[in-house]
Design a protein around this ligand. Structure first.
Ligand SMILES: Cc1cc2nc3c(=O)[nH]c(=O)nc-3n(C[C@H](O)[C@H](O)[C@H](O)COP(=O)(O)OP(=O)(O)OC[C@H]3O[C@@H](n4cnc5c(N)ncnc54)[C@H](O)[C@@H]3O)c2cc1C
Length: 447
């Protein structure tokens, strides 16, 4: 029997200093005496992309729910984004959206965020955490494995590799936030545990992105342009919005292996092949500020740690290391924020006592419950494409597609439906809000 001590005397270690790792570190500080974040990259002196987060070159929308949680965790963050030049966007008023059923309307709502580069957002959060006396950030530090007790039932630390060599770092809780390419499953195998079952749904969507200077005197009735793909015949789309520094970020997408170009000469021609020409008209004479960046690892992938019969104590995983989404739905950072709140709530339930017996399965069960809705939202849309590899859509999925099609159609000239639809997309309302009688009846009446 191990004597119980206080959590506030213990040390938590986070693997990965990207969004999920930083947000986990923030809530761990509410409970642990010391928190250490281990990041294999160097930390830039100013906002700039780094090799461990290649997605930073692409559109990165923080949903309204995500922005609200970040503001709760880091009060004043939105003001810092504004001061750094991130423009304000109202997602129902400033967005011009060519949906599968036609153009959207402009409707006022409180769905406001400040689009910015992914690098700026991460850097501002890092700066806030750097002020925390109980947090240590170890850059250029790669975690190479887990350390466990003799019985291999409790994780007691991690093996790390730095420029100085290899060593062991002791920890009372290890949080894996190392992203989509996490090797946690392999490390667990080395300790004699099974890999988690995995669900993968892949629509083979690719991104190509480029940054542009917004021309002087640019004027348009919209700030964000979203030309959606339309299954099964129109696999190409585009997203464009303003960020700090008076820039546009433009991402071309193609589904079902119809990958957008990786070469400069093909970027504008591809932009002309989406379902409408607004983005092409805006950028064809604008000054490009970057190369073309491409990205193709966009499969939805859920590692079901919650389904494992056995896991060592004092170890959890968060963020993309557990569940990575097709990024086109803009959910990853918001889900990472919701995961951090789940971690915080689970740690609250320990009443500050250590060791954390039974904590690992409880946390993974609660995390899995939270993941169900965003997972269904992303994967059911991907399953509209016949080329998607994953389970064949069942009758519930097909029924949901038909109902959502009617909701979107009905929303195009009904403010309440339009606003509610985007509140669900921005995760401030649950999907059941789309079954409110004010939505259900007009949607069902459509021919
Ligand atoms: C192309 C693209 C576009 C996206 N667009 C959006 C969007 O619009 N909105 C949105 O909310 N989300 C978006 N996402 C998802 C979002 O980037 C992630 O969900 C979010 O960053 C959370 O990821 P993470 O912190 O779990 O992992 P990651 O961001 O992948 O970070 C993992 C970190 O761990 C570090 N690391 C890895 N292995 C080790 C190790 N062994 N030792 C130490 N450090 C290690 C890496 O260097 C990195 O810093 C997008 C993703 C992609 C790929």
């Amino acid at each position: 029997m191990v004597a119980s001590t206080s959590l506030s005397e213990q040390h938590a270690v986070v693997i990965g200093g990207s969004m999920a790792g930083l947000l986990a570190a923030r809530v761990l500080l509410n409970h642990f005496g010391r928190v250490t974040v281990l990041e294999r990259d160097r930390i830039p002196d100013q906002p700039s992309p780094r090799s461990g987060v290649p997605q930073a070159h692409h559109v990165h929308i923080l949903l309204t729910q995500g922005q609200r949680i970040l503001e709760q965790l880091f009060p004043g963050l939105e003001a810092e984004l504004a001061a750094a030049g991130a423009p304000q966007v109202n997602w129902t008023k400033d967005l011009s959206w060519l949906s599968m059923w036609g153009w959207s309307q402009a409707v006022p709502s409180d769905l406001c965020t400040r689009p910015c580069s992914r690098a700026l957002l991460e850097w501002l959060i890092y700066q806030r955490l750097a002020q925390e006396a109980n947090l240590t950030f170890l850059p250029s530090t790669r975690v190479t494995g887990l350390v466990a007790n003799a019985q291999k039932t409790v994780i007691t630390g991690v093996q790390i590799k730095t420029n100085q060599g290899t060593e062991t770092l002791s920890a009372d809780l290890v949080v894996d936030a190392s992203g989509r390419n996490s090797t946690l499953s392999k490390w667990l195998n080395q300790l004699g545990y099974e890999s988690p079952p995995q669900t993968e749904i892949n629509s083979f969507l690719g991104y190509s992105s480029r940054w542009y200077q917004i021309p002087d005197h640019w004027q348009a009735p919209w700030k964000v342009m979203l030309i959606q793909t339309k299954p099964p015949d129109h696999p190409r789309g585009v997203v464009m919005y303003p960020v700090e520094g008076n820039c546009w970020i433009v991402t071309l997408v193609g589904v079902g292996h119809d990958y957008p170009p990786t070469h400069e000469t093909d970027f504008l021609p591809f932009a002309q092949t989406v379902r409408s020409h607004e983005v092409y008209d805006a950028i064809h004479q604008a000054q490009p500020l970057s190369d073309i960046y491409s990205y193709r690892r966009t499969e939805n992938c859920w590692q079901h740690y919650e389904a494992l019969p056995r896991l060592p104590e004092h170890l959890v995983a968060v963020g993309d290391a557990v569940c990575a989404f097709n990024p086109i739905y803009g959910q990853g950072m918001t889900v990472a924020a919701l995961g951090a709140l789940t971690l915080d709530q689970c740690l609250d339930q320990t009443a500050g006592k250590f060791p954390l017996q039974g904590f690992t399965p409880i946390f993974h069960q609660q995390l899995a419950q939270m993941l169900v809705v965003p997972w269904l939202m992303a994967t059911s849309e991907d399953l509209r494409w016949p080329s998607t590899v994953g389970p064949t859509p069942n009758w519930q999925t097909r029924l949901m597609h038909q109902y959502l099609d009617r909701v979107v159609q009905a929303s195009l000239d009904r403010s309440y439906i339009y606003r509610t639809f985007w509140e669900v997309i921005h995760m401030v309302k649950p999907p059941k809000a789309l079954f409110h009688p004010q939505i259900l009846l007009p949607a069902l009446r459509l021919g």
